[in-house]
Design a protein around this ligand. Structure first.
Ligand code: NAP
Length: 307
C-alpha cells in the first residue's frame, strides 16, 4: 500500500493512537509518525517501544508540518488540546479525532481550529479494556467499523482519511454527529453502564456470600467484569458528554426491564418467551453481518467493539 499522509501527528499515545501507529506501519501508510503524550512516563514508554518515528514533548510541537493530526485523548480533553495546537497547524492539514462521542467533540474542538484546515471527526469502533501505549497492536481495527463525521468537510480530504482507515483494516461509514451519538448510546454506552452496574451489584452481594460471585462467575458475568474494567476517565467523559442520548436509551431500557420484571412476577411465560425469541433473532442478524467477534476468547485478550 502507498503512503497516504507524509507526516501524521498523534496527540495522546494510548491504546487507540499506538494501535494506529502499528497499523499505519504495517501497511506503510505514513511517511513519518510523530507522537506526543501528556506525561513524561508515556512519552518515554513510546520512545522505548518505537512505534513512532519521533516522540516530542508537546502537542504544539508535534503538529508542526503534519498533514494529518489525530486527537487521541479522552473526550473531555479534546478542546484544550485543540486550543494548544491551533496556531501551529499547517495550511491544508486534516484534523481528526477518535473520540467515542461526536457532537461534544465538534463543539469543543471546532471553534479553535483555523479555516485553513479540514476538520473531520472520526470514531473507530474497536477497543479492548486495556489502555496506555503498551496496549496497542496493529490488528485492532481489522474488519471493524470506523465512523467519520465529515460535517460538510472537503470531499477530497474525507476520501483521503477514508483511505487511511481502510489501509489500517477498517470499513468506513459516514454519519452525522447526533445519529452517531444515539447509535453508540444503544450499542456501547448504555451497555457499558449496565455492565458497571451489574458488577457493582455483584460486589455488594459478594460481601454477603464471600467470594462465591467470583468463584462461580459464568461467562456472562465474566464478560461484564471485563467491560467494567475499562478506563474510568474515558468512560466518565463518555457519559458526561453523551448525556442526552444515553439517558434516552436508559429510559427505554428501564421501561423494558420493568415489563420483564412484571412478567416474572405475574408468571407471564408467553411474554418472556416472545421477548427472548425476538432478541435471539437480533443475535442471528449480528452473526450474519459478520460482526460476531465480541467473544471473550477472541484474538488479543478480549478485543471488542467499544465506546
Ligand atoms: P488511553 O489508552 O487511556 O490513552 C489516552 C491518552 O490521552 C494518553 O496518552 C494520555 O496521556 C492522554 N491524556 C489523558 N488525559 C489527558 C488530558 N487531560 N490532556 C491531554 N492528554 C491526556 O485511551 P484510548 O483508549 O486510546 O482512548 C483515546 C480516545 O479514543 C478517547 O477519546 C476514547 O473515547 C476513544 N476511543 C477509545 C476506545 C477504547 O476502547 N479504548 C475505542 C474507541 C475510541 P498520558 O498517558 O500521558 O496520561
Amino acid at each position: 500500500m502507498s503512503v497516504v499522509y507524509d507526516r501524521v501527528a498523534l496527540i495522546g499515545l494510548g491504546l487507540i493512537a499506538s494501535s494506529m501507529a502499528h497499523a499505519m506501519r504495517r501497511s506503510g501508510l505514513a511517511g513519518e509518525i510523530v507522537g506526543t503524550a501528556r506525561s513524561t512516563e508515556t512519552r518515554d514508554i513510546a520512545r522505548e517501544l518505537g512505534f513512532c518515528d519521533r516522540v516530542v514533548d508537546s502537542a504544539a510541537e508535534a503538529v508542526k508540518g503534519a498533514d494529518l493530526v489525530v486527537l487521541a485523548v479522552p473526550v473531555g480533553a479534546m478542546g484544550a488540546v485543540a486550543a494548544e495546537i491551533a496556531p501551529e497547524l499547517a495550511q491544508g492539514a486534516t484534523v481528526t479525532d477518535v473520540g467515542s462521542v461526536k457532537q461534544a467533540v465538534i463543539e469543543a474542538v471546532g471553534p479553535h481550529l483555523p479555516e485553513h484546515v479540514h476538520f473531520i471527526p472520526g470514531h473507530p469502533l474497536a477497543g479492548t479494556e486495556h489502555s496506555g501505549p503498551r496496549s496497542g497492536f496493529a490488528e485492532l481495527f481489522d474488519n471493524r467499523w470506523c465512523i467519520l463525521v465529515p460535517n460538510g468537510s472537503d470531499a477530497k480530504a474525507t476520501a483521503r482519511l477514508t483511505r487511511l482507515w481502510e489501509g489500517m483494516g477498517a470499513h468506513v461509514d459516514v454519519m452525522d454527529a447526533p445519529h452517531h451519538d444515539l447509535v453508540l448510546a444503544v450499542t456501547s454506552h448504555a451497555p457499558h453502564l449496565i455492565a458497571y452496574t451489574m458488577v457493582g451489584v455483584a460486589d455488594d452481594l459478594s460481601r454477603v456470600t464471600d467470594s462465591e460471585v467470583i468463584k462461580f462467575s459464568a461467562a456472562g458475568f465474566r464478560d461484564f467484569t471485563r467491560i467494567a474494567a475499562s478506563d474510568p476517565t474515558m468512560w466518565r467523559d463518555v457519559f458526561l458528554t453523551n448525556k442526552d442520548a444515553t439517558l434516552e436509551i436508559l429510559g427505554r431500557f428501564t421501561e423494558e426491564l420493568f415489563a420483564l420484571q412484571r412478567a416474572i412476577r405475574t408468571g407471564d411465560g408467553d411474554h418472556l418467551h416472545d421477548y427472548f425469541t425476538r432478541t435471539r433473532a437480533i443475535r442471528r442478524g449480528i452473526i450474519e453481518a459478520g460482526q460476531d467477534t465480541d467473544a471473550p476468547d477472541f484474538g488479543r485478550s478480549g478485543q471488542h467493539d467499544k465506546a
